[in-house]
Design a binder for this molecule. Structure first.
Ligand code: ATP
Length: 241
């Protein structure tokens, strides 16, 4: 990644799913060290946008730049070597492997010395103490929240320049959700660049400094964390009987 360039820059991205256009002229920019949310209702196109950034759903038009380098349409594997780590919706861990093996898989492309990898593993265990306890447990047998810790930990083992998370609050009980967002907040404080795709505005506002709002495949506005927290309150009040 070159100095001074934004961590992520998307310009005029349009993407089809089958024959249906799902993303329309999406542009956004995330500076290094920022934590930025992409929020919007079901079907707004958030997952498609993540897929277009990570090469799973190559765009029809537009550009994706990571640290100034054009990575449009690169495969997820190639993108991983450019410093982008994805925590996918529904987590995508290796269920038959142990927690430790899952975490080690995250570092496979790094060719770092053993001592460095051991220190990084220790860093993940410090962030998620539950994983230290379960390091030799089969990951598939853990709770949803713990599996998400594994997925985030695995992404961190890649030492990413950009951490992308797709709906990390999905389907989790409030307590473990709060724990996991606490860990993300600590990562944000340490200067990890985070792009968080989220439907839960209140949670997004807790860790992000600003947000892009998506609706029907377009970016329709931006909000600061305070504005986002206020919108979360008004959505909540509007939903009350
Ligand atoms: N394989 C597909 N073929 C055609 N249309 C699709 C396909 N997958 C998704 N879509 C449509 O694309 C639109 C955006 O979906 P996407 O999953 O990106 O939204 P989202 O904001 O991530 O929503 P969610 O929170 O439900 O995941 C939706 O209207 C959806 O119906």
């Amino acid at each position: 990644m070159s100095d001074g360039e934004p961590a992520l820059e998307i310009e005029h991205l349009s993407t089809l799913r089958g024959r249906v256009q799902v993303l329309w002229d999406v542009s956004l920019r995330v500076e290094r060290g920022e934590t930025v949310a992409i929020v919007g209702p079901n079907g707004a196109g958030k997952t498609t946008l993540v897929g277009s950034i990570t090469g799973l759903i190559p765009p029809k038009a537009g550009r994706v730049r990571i640290g100034g380098a054009d990575v449009t349409g690169l495969s997820p594997e190639r993108l991983a070597t450019r410093g982008v780590a994805l925590v996918p919706e529904r987590r995508g861990i290796f269920a038959p492997l142990t927690v430790r093996e899952n975490l080690q898989m995250g570092a496979y492309a790094r060719r770092a010395p053993r001592a460095v990898l051991a220190a990084d593993l220790e860093g993940v265990f410090e962030l998620f103490p539950a994983l230290r306890r379960y390091r030799d447990t089969i990951a598939g047998s853990l709770s949803g929240g713990e599996q998400q810790m594994v997925a985030i930990g695995r992404a961190l083992m890649a030492k990413p320049d950009l951490l992308l998370l797709d709906e990390p609050s999905l389907g989790l009980a409030p307590k473990v959700r709060a724990e996991n967002f606490g860990a993300l907040a600590r990562l944000a404080e340490r200067g990890v660049t985070i792009v968080l795709v989220e439907q839960n505005l209140r949670l997004a506002a807790r860790i992000c400094s600003r947000a892009y709002l998506m609706q029907r495949g377009r970016i329709v506005g931006t909000e600061t964390a305070d504005e986002l927290a206020r919108s979360a309150r008004s959505v909540y009040l509007a939903a009350r009987p």
